[in-house]
Ligand binder design. Structure first.
Ligand SMILES: C[S@@+](CC[C@H](N)C(=O)[O-])C[C@H]1O[C@@H](n2cnc3c(N)ncnc32)[C@H](O)[C@@H]1O
Length: 245
């Protein structure tokens, strides 16, 4: 599996931007809406970073949340945050593709995981791994690069991310993305189209694809100047996809 080892170099910088991102509260609402009833649910957050997805679901009533990431500094940040906030999220330092906890979870989340797949085979393998971790009837909620994204080159003030380059390939766009202003805070993501996601999900035994885009609420809109949310609303870089098994 391709690994974004470069996150080790700018982990804290990335996390500071994410924490300050005005869109996070909107994304939280979308995540919770897709997750539904959380009581008694065990969650695993793949490529968790400091564990944002798992922590949101835990705070909203999930029974447990385990975050898995390959980057040691991300895991250290996640553990420190949970200790500081006194939450029960646990962490495992591992490549998500090596995890053998078949059928132990009700919800798998993966924010910015599927964009690491460089080929359709790798995309299919990631969906298959998510499927293996789930109990029957469970769901996989992925936060992906928006398949409808149009490259403009502008910085999205709501996410602090800028797509520097976007090259079309077979079923995807390969994007070079910079976080904030730091020259080295750059990753390469694969923005798979809707059909590729849905085919990979179906191949893994998932069904019921539900796509959702975060919505700007009136109270959040009122906190920012006019036009602040324009790029986010008309050309949102992130989309949510939920599939069930
Ligand atoms: C863009 S960050 C997203 C972090 C988090 N999901 C969030 O939304 O804030 C991508 C994460 O994927 C992790 N990652 C990349 N390859 C991985 C792998 N093979 N196994 C586990 N984690 C991986 C990176 O270390 C990084 O923390």
């Amino acid at each position: 599996m391709p690994v974004s080892a470069s996150y080790d170099a700018f982990c804290r910088y990335y996390l500071a931007l994410e924490r300050a991102s005005p869109s996070r509260s909107l994304e939280r609402c979308t995540l919770l809406e897709l997750a539904g009833d959380l009581s008694g649910r065990d969650v695993v957050d793949l490529a968790c970073g400091e564990g944002w997805c798992g922590r949101q679901l835990l705070a909203a009533g999930a029974r447990s949340a385990l975050g898995i990431d390959i980057c040691t500094s991300m895991i250290a940040e996640g553990r420190a945050r949970s200790a500081g906030e006194g939450d029960r999220m646990t962490f495992l330092h591992a490549d998500v593709m090596d995890v053998e906890r078949d059928g132990q979870f009700d919800i798998v989340t993966g924010a910015c995981l599927l964009c690491l797949a460089k080929t359709r085979n790798e995309l299919a393998a990631m969906y298959a791994q998510a499927r293996r971790l789930l109990r029957p009837g469970g769901c996989f909620i992925a936060v992906v690069n928006n398949p409808q994204y149009r490259h403009t080159g502008s910085i999205n003030p709501a996410t602090h991310a800028q797509v520097l380059e976007c090259v079309s390939g077979e079923g995807h766009q390969r994007m070079r993305i910079r976080f904030g202003a730091r020259e080295d805070a750059v990753v390469v993501d694969y923005n798979w189209d809707t059909a590729s996601h849905e085919a990979a999900a179906e191949q893994a035994g998932f069904h019921e694809s539900v796509w959702m885009w975060p919505k700007v609420t009136p109270d959040i809109r009122a906190k920012h100047p006019a036009g602040f949310w324009d790029e986010y609303e008309t050309n949102c870089a992130r989309a949510f996809l939920r599939v069930r098994c």
